[in-house]
Design a protein around this ligand. Structure first.
Ligand code: DGY
Length: 325
């Protein structure tokens, strides 16, 4: 039965309020079982669709986009990161792409601080000790971690999320260093030290937080050479994208003690993460939860819908269109 409304494929099961609005305004093809589409599955499911609402990890690579039905005019991703969508391939086919900036800044910055503190204060070892009934009681030398207050925090990528991480870290009187494509104006820099070359920042990082998007330039940026430039006993935090880290190098540095710890929310090849992480006790690991609050996930969905509605219902430019770089 045709509703006369544009048809939109939801590639994942989205929060209930988001799906309710999607279904009210579009001829929605939902995925209530949240099955994972591979490329051919996605192409088949989008038959007759005008738009696709997708999410991080969906295989919207050049091959998939090249074979999408001609009816597809827009891809709105339920994420701020859009490395899973080949934007140049979409542009070539005249398909618009949008993302969800701003709304997950605070939730992601909160998780970065959780990772930073969890790694520094050996949270994984502590909770494991307790939950496996191995806690013998308080001892003067038990689970001594790394002090956070007053330490130097280097931030790679000082966009909205990097700045929100810096704001939170200032509450711990951390000294902020950062590297970014361009230097921030003084009111946003707030006294942080800018390093035009990110490699020059590394010796100043007791903590290094990755807040840069995944690009050809940042792929495996945290490698053995760069880890060697960090002070011995530094802590690495990654809440951006797993691909920015060379897993082998990070795991080796955690095992050898070159790094004291790592706090990681994102992994290359999620959910099939590098097996080595399971064996390192000084890694505080989370399953890509940066934006996982009810408020944030709703806001992401509503933003994706704002974009789809602007373009498919009102023939306006989507407010968060992304461009092929
Ligand atoms: C994003 O939006 O890019 C997040 O990583 C998904 O939570």
């Amino acid at each position: 039965m045709t509703t006369g409304k544009p048809r939109v494929l939801a590639t994942r099961h989205f929060p209930p309020d988001v799906e309710a609005r999607l279904a009210a305004n579009f001829d929605a093809v939902l995925n209530s079982e949240d099955r994972l589409y591979d490329g051919p599955g996605l192409i088949k499911a989008s038959a007759g669709c005008d738009g696709i609402m997708c999410a991080a990890g969906d295989p919207l690579n050049a091959e998939t986009i090249g074979s999408l039905p001609d009816s597809v005019r827009m891809i709105a991703t339920f994420s701020v990161g859009y490395e899973h969508v080949d934007v140049p391939a979409a542009t070539k086919r005249g398909i618009l792409v949008s993302n969800t900036p701003d709304v997950l800044t605070d939730a992601t910055a909160d998780i970065a601080l959780l990772c930073l503190l969890g790694a520094a204060r050996r949270a994984h070892e502590g909770t494991t000790m307790l939950r496996t009934h191995n806690w013998v009681g308080w001892t003067p030398t038990q689970l001594m971690g790394v002090h956070v207050t007053g330490k130097r925090l280097g931030i790679l990528g000082m966009g909205r999320i990097g700045q929100a991480v810096a704001d939170r870290a200032r509450a711990f009187r951390m000294q902020i260093h950062y590297s970014n494509r361009s230097r921030l104006p003084a009111d946003l820099e707030k006294g942080a030290t800018f390093h035009a070359n990110p490699d020059d920042m590394l010796p100043h990082c007791d903590f290094l937080s990755i807040n840069a998007p995944m690009t050809a330039e940042t792929r495996k940026w945290v490698n053995a050479e760069r880890i060697a430039r960090l002070p011995k006993g530094a802590i690495v935090v990654n809440t951006a994208r797993g691909g920015v880290v060379d897993d082998e190098a990070l795991i080796a540095a955690l095992k050898s003690g070159r790094l004291a710890a790592a706090g990681i929310d994102v992994f290359d090849g999620e959910p099939k993460i590098h097996q080595g992480y399971y064996g390192v006790e000084n890694a505080f690991l989370l399953p890509h939860m940066g934006s996982a609050t009810v408020e944030t996930r709703n806001a992401m969905g509503f933003k994706a819908l704002d974009n789809l509605e602007a373009f498919l219902l009102r023939k306006q430019a989507p407010p968060d269109a992304v461009k092929a770089s």
